[in-house]
Design a protein around this ligand. Structure first.
Ligand SMILES: [Zn+2]
Length: 306
């Protein structure tokens, strides 16, 4: 990652966030993400906020949250505090923020109720589509919002363009990729697309760092952000995932090597950081890595690799 280019695109005092879901233990994929978040923020004088993305109430567990925070601390990734002095927010406590965001969308007539199940949408998708596209079945149906109904926001045709800090220029048309975005599911839970976007606006996030597996959903988040009233999107950095050999994605079991297990096996934190960096291609081979070396290593990995 080119720190001077990133720096020129960010304000002198910018904010970024680390936003894990407490649906499991901290694994090497998280560690890579944290390395980019803290590495860039510490090098460029940014603030790191912590957000627990527990919008999915079925899968989130308090014990996972406790363990995530403890492992992060052990690794030396310490969050800063926001304007109110808090170092961590939880999506499960922010329903009022999401309600308010959606009120604005409703007022502009962009939101409608949807009764379609996942299976129905699957059946209506065109064969060969890279992801399931909602075909707009309920758009004109004028359904009442209520129990068993989801909420969608209209995605009109149009391209969202952004310059990713690692992946370069991206152009995405959400109306062609996914169609109208689900913002509240049929169970009544706010979706990731809505909650993460509303939080990025409310917390004034300038830099979003996340795995390259989420690259395809960034255009729709930028669009939702614009509809919610923020015109200038954050700077995005989509980082490499954890791989085995170059280009070979490890099995899920391998990829999700837990920090707990590595600690229990006697690895020091510098060993865990070095292992994660090597698995993501940031280092050519594992070696002990200190948190204060991260910026230099990330910068070098964008050019020649170490
Ligand atoms: Zn529908």
């Amino acid at each position: 990652v080119n720190l001077s280019t990133l720096s020129s695109r960010l304000a002198a005092k910018f904010r970024t966030r680390f936003a894990p879901s407490p649906t499991g233990f901290l694994h090497l994929g998280h560690v890579v993400s944290a390395m980019y978040v803290w590495g860039i923020a510490r090098a460029l004088n940014g603030t790191v906020l912590l957000r627990i993305e527990d919008h999915d109430r079925e899968r989130s567990r308090a014990e996972y949250e406790t363990a995530l925070l403890e492992d992060l601390d052990w690794l030396g990734f310490v969050p800063d505090v926001d304007d109110s002095g808090a170092s961590c927010v939880r999506q499960s406590e922010r329903a009022a923020v999401y309600e308010r965001a959606v009120e604005g969308l409703r007022a502009s007539g962009l939101v409608y109720a949807c009764r379609c199940s996942r299976r129905e949408i699957e059946r209506a998708s065109e064969p060969g589509e890279s992801e399931r596209r909602y075909p707009g079945t309920c758009r004109m149906a004028g359904l009442q919002d209520g129990p068993g109904r989801g909420l969608r926001v209209r995605m009109d045709a149009g391209v969202e363009e952004f310059e990713d800090g690692l992946m370069g220029l991206q152009r995405q048309d959400p109306s062609a990729q996914c169609g109208d975005v689900l913002i509240r599911d049929r169970v009544g839970q706010w979706t990731y697309q809505l909650a993460a976007t509303a939080d990025d606006i409310a917390q004034g996030i300038d830099l979003v760092v996340r795995g390259e597996d989420l690259l395809a959903s960034t255009g729709r988040q930028i669009r939702v952000m614009r509809l919610l009233g923020r015109q200038a999107p954050p700077v995005y950095v989509h980082h490499p995932l954890v791989y085995g050999a170059p280009g070979v994605k490890l099995s899920k079991a391998n990829r999700d090597v837990g920090v707990r297990e590595l600690r229990a096996a006697g690895l020091a934190r510098a060993d865990v950081l070095g292992l994660a960096a090597a698995r993501a291609g940031i280092l050519r081979a594992p070696r002990p890595l200190r948190v204060d070396e991260l910026a230099g290593v990330l910068e070098a990995s964008g050019r020649t690799g170490e």
